[in-house]
Design a protein around this ligand. Structure first.
Ligand code: UD1
Ligand code: MG
Length: 474
């Protein structure tokens, strides 16, 4: 990495509402592959180990600030090193343009003497690797200003890079200010700038808002450098996709498709099979071990971890959960904040809710819901059951329609079932209640008292057969 990173200050512009998103949520809090745009930008910035990161906030500043604080505290991205970086948010009360936002940031960085890297908050595919060449060339060329450009097929909406006949940069012209000729230029401004702090201050001081949008454009610092003979250059990025901005939901979705396919391709390269790579939604921080099979319509979110040889038949949503080696989730399961150990068979159509801990070899069948339940090795709950606030001992079998009645309308109570128990179908276990090891419950029982170990609990009205009843009725 470049030698100036100790004196590198990063600024992220994130004060805008994102009007073109047509959303009340600030644009930078929209998500791409599960991570907010601002956090994605923060991750790329942190990878450069800068001295400081200043985020310019404005529209719903408190929400954006909270997200920045979570990141700075190492809560949202535990794998990213934030040690030694000082984070701050500064408020741009009125959003008068990207140049004005940069002025607000520089005012808060009055001590800064090295270089400053300005990033837009709405280019969520940015990576540390895509930024590094800019830092290296900036040092190598002793520039005062350098910025990243990209060659794109469709430049509409972006600022265009206008170059002189000798190839040097002349200026950046915004879409709305473009002449017909300028609009044809396919080299666009990505809005990533690196400058000496001294140059940045000087150039920002010169900005005016006499343009189509009556805004203070950050892009005009390029024109300032040219007019004042300051060494400046545009580096055409080798990874243009990483630098594209999103201003609307459709543009964000297009960027997400790019990233989604990158993620899936990386897992395929690591030995994971996808039934349909176009129809898998794998979050940025998900981990999948080799020899797993990911069926179509699978969504893996948050900090989910899939072990070796796991089979997911498809149409399942798994959030912040771990699935152990060789387990099999049949079609249509919803798993949240849960852990499923090795060699389990789940579903089809099972709902494994927060706090469920399924140990090795557990079998969960169709239309079963578990919540805050510890199911020890080999437990079977095969059909139409609810197991909540419960612990079930090894190898116990809960018959179809077993319900733990955990809620009395005010409080939740626990059901404890020992090992090697057998609960007959359609039984209600009214908590708090305990079944001892090897206890049985007769089908159709409503169990309100503990059942001792090795005993049968049966709580239903006795059957009465009336012989010859039907012929008498006739
Ligand atoms: C900007 C560039 C354009 C470039 C494009 C790349 C300018 C004038 N234009 O256009 O050349 O091609 O990015 O994606 O810079 N923001 C503030 N305060 C403001 C205005 C904006 O913080 O007053 C923030 C926004 O929240 C956003 C970023 O700056 O994160 C960029 O603003 P946006 O309005 O998206 O600029 P573009 O029109 O995309
Ligand atoms: Mg933008």
């Amino acid at each position: 990495m470049n030698t100036s990173s100790e004196s590198l200050d990063v600024v992220i512009l994130a004060a805008g509402k994102g009007t073109r998103m047509k959303s009340e949520l600030p644009k930078v809090l929209h998500r791409l592959c599960g991570i907010t745009l601002i956090e994605r930008t923060l991750r790329a910035a942190a990878g450069l180990s800068p001295k400081s990161v200043t985020v310019v906030v404005g529209y719903r500043a408190d929400l954006v600030e909270e997200e920045v604080k979570r990141f700075a505290a190492g809560e949202s991205a535990p794998d990213v090193d934030v040690q030694g970086i000082s984070f701050q948010c500064v408020v741009q009360e009125q959003q008068l343009g990207t140049g004005h936002a940069a002025q607000v940031a520089m005012a808060a960085l009055d001590e800064a003497s090295g270089s400053v890297l300005i990033l837009p908050g709405d280019s969520p595919l940015v990576t540390t690797e895509a930024l590094s060449p800019l830092l290296e060339d900036f040092v190598a060329q002793s520039a005062e200003l350098a910025f990243l450009s990209a060659e794109v097929a469709d430049p509409f909406g972006f600022g265009r890079i206008i170059r002189n006949a000798d190839g040097t940069v002349a200026k950046i012209v915004e879409q709305k200010d473009c002449s017909e000729e300028e609009a044809k230029v396919t080299e666009i401004n990505t809005s990533f700038y690196l400058a000496t702090s001294a140059f940045m201050r000087e150039a920002l001081g010169s900005l005016e808002n006499n343009n189509a949008q009556k805004e203070f454009y950050l892009t005009d610092i390029v024109d300032y450098a040219v007019r004042n003979d300051k060494p400046a250059f545009a580096l055409v990025s080798a990874s243009p996709d990483a630098l594209l901005g999103a201003n609307s939901i459709a543009e964000l979705s297009a960027l997400e498709s790019i990233r989604r396919q990158e993620i899936v391709s990386a897992w395929m390269a690591a030995g994971v099979t996808f039934e349909d790579p176009q129809a898998a939604y794998i979050g940025e921080d998900v981990v999948i071990e080799s020899d797993s099979f990911i069926g179509a319509g699978t969504r893996l979110k948050g900090s989910t971890k899939i072990g070796t040889g796991v089979r997911l038949d498809g149409d399942s949503l798994i959030e912040n959960s771990a699935i152990g080696q060789g387990s099999h989730l049949r079609l249509g399961c919803y798993v949240q904040d849960a852990s499923i150990a090795a060699s389990c068979v789940i579903g089809p159509f099972a709902h494994i809710r927060p706090g469920s801990e399924l140990r090795d070899g557990v079998k969960i069948g169709n239309f079963v819901e578990t919540k805050k339940a510890l199911l020890h090795d080999g437990v079977k709950v095969n059909h139409l059951s609810y197991v909540g606030d419960a612990e079930v001992g090894a190898r116990s079998n809960l018959g179809a329609g077993t319900i733990t009645c955990n809620y009395d309308g005010v409080n939740k109570h626990k059901t404890t079932i020992g090992k090697d128990c057998f609960v007959g179908s359609n039984s209600a276990l009214v908590a708090p209640v305990t079944l001892g090891d090897e206890a049985y419950v007769g089908a159709g029982s409503t169990i309100t008292k503990n059942v001792p170990g090795k005993s049968l609990g049966i709580a239903r009205s006795r059957q009465n057969n009336i012989e010859g009843w039907s012929s008498k009725k006739k």
